[in-house]
Design a protein around this ligand. Structure first.
Ligand code: NDP
Length: 323
């Protein structure tokens, strides 16, 4: 089968399609014939070695398709069933093996397979950030960075569903339009303005209840300055680079603030939690309440270009690969 491989850490050019054997499902696993794989920023961290793993490897942590074979002990799945998954490596390929407990059934009459592939990782992330890490309540105000990005557009919509006010940050006017379309009440061009000052102005000097910060190094300090006393900074990514060490006394001087650094794996830790999050997303999509914006679909051979576009800040919404 065709598979994108990373043989050495580096720029997007290290993503090369190679011919490799079709993987065999082990006990408790199923093999999925992929309709689409999701591209995520974490794939960039893994490709560059920022999050080191074992070389060589097939990137991609998310996808959807049809069950093609099952391993020993798997009784709840049949071949041809449509399924989607996240947090399992190797999806930039034609086939992947996935632990059966991580496979979520997809009703393709309500949610197309490529949309399921597009929403699993970023959608479940937006779900846990807004429902569990900081459980947004009606009337609260959230600052969402990179609001026109993959997670950003979904988080904005879900935060609005929960009755929160959303202030989004983006780098361009076009992205501002997309963030407003997703429901953001206010949008700040953080490449042009001091977003903490703007946030204070918008909130009448009070600051926000929570900042969802996926940008990291370039936003972290101002994110702290955007919070009201006892506010929460949820740092869940580092698209601009890692955040330097923090003197905890700063949290005291800025108002008894909270900081957390979560990952999806901690918030979809068992089957019950995984199904709660994924099925909530699928039902919102089926009812027309959640729009999954696919900003680009690429062939496996163009994975390099997909990464260039994502890192270059030129994309909005979700990028997917079609094998
Ligand atoms: P996005 O589609 O949001 O792309 C990243 C965006 O970050 C860009 O479009 C850009 O938006 C913004 N950005 C700001 N500074 C930079 C920079 N220096 N270089 C590149 N981009 C920059 O990606 P994803 O939705 O896939 O992921 C968003 C973030 O969420 C990532 O940091 C990712 O690691 C994190 N994440 C964390 C998870 C977790 O569980 N902890 C799970 C999933 C994602 P703009 O042009 O508007 O500034």
């Amino acid at each position: 089968m065709r598979s994108v491989r990373v043989n050495e850490y580096g720029g997007p050019e290290v993503l090369r399609v190679e011919e490799v054997p079709v993987p065999e499902p082990g006990p408790g696993e199923a093999r999925v014939r992929l309709s689409a794989a999701g591209v995520n920023f974490i794939d960039v961290y893994q490709r560059t070695g920022t999050y080191p793993g074992q070389l060589p490897f097939t990137p991609g942590l998310e996808g959807a398709g049809q069950v093609d074979a099952v391993g020993e002990g798997v009784t709840e799945l049949s071949t041809e069933d449509y399924v989607a998954f996240a947090m399992t490596p190797g999806s930039y390929a034609e086939f992947v093996t996935v632990p059966a407990w991580k496979l979520v059934p997809v009703n393709v009459t309500l949610v197309e397979a490529r949309v399921a592939a597009a929403v699993m990782l970023q959608g479940m992330t937006a779900h846990y950030l807004s429902h569990s890490t900081f459980s947004l309540q009606s009337g609260q105000t959230a600052l969402v960075h990179a609001a026109a990005g993959g997670v950003g557009l979904l988080l904005t919509q879900i935060a609005k569903m929960r009755g929160a006010n959303v202030i989004g940050t983006v780098s361009t006017e076009e992205k501002a339009r997309l963030a407003r379309g997703a429901g953001a009440d206010e949008v700040i061009l953080y490449t042009e303005k001091d977003f903490s000052e703007e946030t204070r102005r918008i909130t009448g000097g009070e600051g926000v209840h929570v900042v969802y910060d996926s940008v990291g190094r370039s936003t972290f300090e101002q994110s702290l300055d955007s919070l009201r006393p006892r506010g929460y900074l949820v740092l869940y990514g580092q698209a601009s680079g890692p955040v330097p060490p923090l003197d905890l006394q700063v949290l005291n001087s800025k108002g008894g603030l909270f900081v957390t650094r979560p990952s999806l794996a901690q918030y979809a830790a068992d089957r019950e939690e995984l199904l709660w999050r994924a099925e909530s997303l699928f039902s919102w999509i089926g009812q027309g309440n959640l729009d999954v914006s696919i900003g680009g679909a690429y062939h496996l051979e163009d994975a390099e270009q997909a990464h260039r576009d994502l890192e270059g800040r030129g994309t909005s919404g979700k990028l997917i690969l079609i094998p």
